[in-house]
Ligand binder design. Structure first.
Ligand code: PLP
Length: 454
């Protein structure tokens, strides 16, 4: 039993936790993390864990990168805050924008900064509307997302998110947000249907939706290259080529949500490169700063930017921005992060180690509890099923993946069981030895989960 003034008890008394069963939290309490080193974190009891989720898919460089600490201190000493409203600017923000534009997989014109993935995507929604007003197409405002997508939690981005728990009892989604098929081949492909045929069916379904709604009312389509939170759904072969052909046909903008895929996760700098997306807008966050500072970015192409210029001239301003858009400390840390990625050839490391990770993941796919092991680069999932043949998942109330996540902690691994999925997304700096160690612990966790189910 906790002492009433323990951190544990004070947390229960005072902290409202995101994405937590609030009732269970009263009895279970928090896991308090005190410090980190490399890919590990240590709790207040001295237990050490491999952070197999990079926190929330973000701590790409682990938990003790001194260069990022020093970059923050340097910038704090020089200029701890300034904003970018009304023509103001600062050096880190200019350099970061330049660098991001040089890295973009397709020509992009400008970068807008915000603090979170949700804010970047929310801004993208507003720009779809602003842009279409600017070009005289005020009806072309609907945005199509996908079932199982994750784009954030603001009113608009939770609406884009295609997961029931983000809508239920929040009175979402809002109007003008639509959802098309999830491209999960394992779950939604039909018996005898090839991946390519499934991709054709998904694209056809998107086209049918656009035609039903009226092409003049559909402004944009938003997609994560890999739908990570929705269950690490890697697009089936030819999917994005077919989807983009439909978007072009009806003049629908493409927004790539690179919040997780961006900065090396899939083995290229952006998931758009891995899967051939040519977006009009791109959002990014998380690994942009290796999570050492909250910062996100939205890139827009010239076509969108030029329309925005004309619109803001007409109105007198571009009436959007956050107090911390282009925060100099966050920008300095992000800039240093991008330098580290380049100097240490993080992409080369991901490309070298990813086949080992994916092979180990596929081996765990043989486990009786695992229906499918899937992933790309350094992200993957084990989808847990109660019957490998029928692919039937466990009843949601059993929360088997969440239980597996809990059991993993006893093996010194932090991960997050989400829905039916046991996710793995280790820091990009993980070594071969650490990876092998992680996968042994994951296998033991699956065995424990099977025993727990018996
Ligand atoms: N987009 C994707 C693909 C994400 O995975 C997330 C968060 O996990 C978001 C957007 C929202 O980002 P944030 O939690 O920083 O608002």
């Amino acid at each position: 039993m906790d002492l009433p003034n323990s951190l544990h008890a004070r947390d229960i008394a005072h902290v409202l936790h995101p994405y937590t069963n609030l009732s269970l939290h009263r009895t279970e309490g928090p896991l308090i993390i005190e410090r980190g080193d490399g890919i590990h974190v240590v709790d207040d009891q001295g237990n050490r864990y491999i952070e197999a989720m990079s926190g929330l898919f973000c701590a790409s460089l682990g938990f003790s990168e001194q260069r990022l600490v020093e970059a923050a201190v340097r910038q704090m000493s020089a200029l701890p805050f300034y904003h970018s409203f009304g023509h103001k600017s600062n050096q880190p923000v200019v350099e970061l924008a330049e660098r991001l534009l040089a890295m973009a997989p397709v020509p992009m014109s400008k970068v807008f900064f915000a603090n979170s993935g949700s804010e970047a995507n929310d801004t993208a929604v507003k720009l779809v509307w602003y842009y279409h007003n600017a070009i005289g197409k005020p009806d072309k405002k609907k945005i199509i997302s996908r079932i199982k997508a994750y784009h954030g939690v603001t009113v608009a981005t939770a609406s884009l998110t295609g997961l029931p728990n983000n809508h239920r009892d929040f009175d979402l989604p809002i109007a003008r947000i639509l959802h098309t098929d999830c491209p999960g081949y394992y779950r939604f492909g039909r018996p005898g249907e090839s991946e390519e045929e499934f991709a054709t069916r998904c694209a056809q379904s998107l086209e049918d939706l656009i035609l039903r709604e009226g092409p003049d009312t559909v402004g944009a389509f938003i997609a994560e290259p890999v739908m990570v939170s929705g269950g690490c759904i890697v697009p089936p072969a030819t999917y994005f080529a077919k989807v983009q052909a439909v978007l072009k046909k009806y003049d629908v903008l493409l927004i790539a949500d690179e919040v997780i895929c961006g900065f090396g996760r899939t083995g290229n700098m952006f998931g758009s490169e891995t899967f051939g997306l040519e977006p009009d807008m791109m959002t990014m966050a998380k690994q942009l700063s290796a999570a050492y500072q909250p910062i996100s970015a939205l890139m827009v192409n010239a076509r969108i930017f030029e329309a925005m210029v004309a619109e803001s001239e007409k109105i007198g301003t571009f009436g959007h921005g956050f107090t911390y858009s282009g925060h100099p400390v966050a920008a300095a840390v992000a800039l240093e992060t991008l330098k580290i990625y380049e100097e240490r050839d993080i992409l080369g490391h991901v490309r070298a180690i990813a086949p080992r990770f994916q092979a180990a993941l596929r081996r765990l796919g043989e486990h009786p509890l695992v229906g499918e092991a899937r992933g790309v680069g350094l992200v993957g999932t084990l989808e847990l099923v109660q019957d490998k043949q029928t692919r039937e998942n466990f009843p949601p109330a059993m929360a088997v993946a969440a239980q597996a996540g809990k059991l993993a902690q006893a093996h010194g691994v932090i991960t997050r069981g989400m829905g039916d999925n046991f996710n793995l997304c280790p820091p990009l700096i993980i070594t071969e030895r650490e990876l092998d160690d992680l996968m042994v612990r994951v296998e033991r966790t699956l065995d424990d989960t099977a025993r727990w189910l018996d």
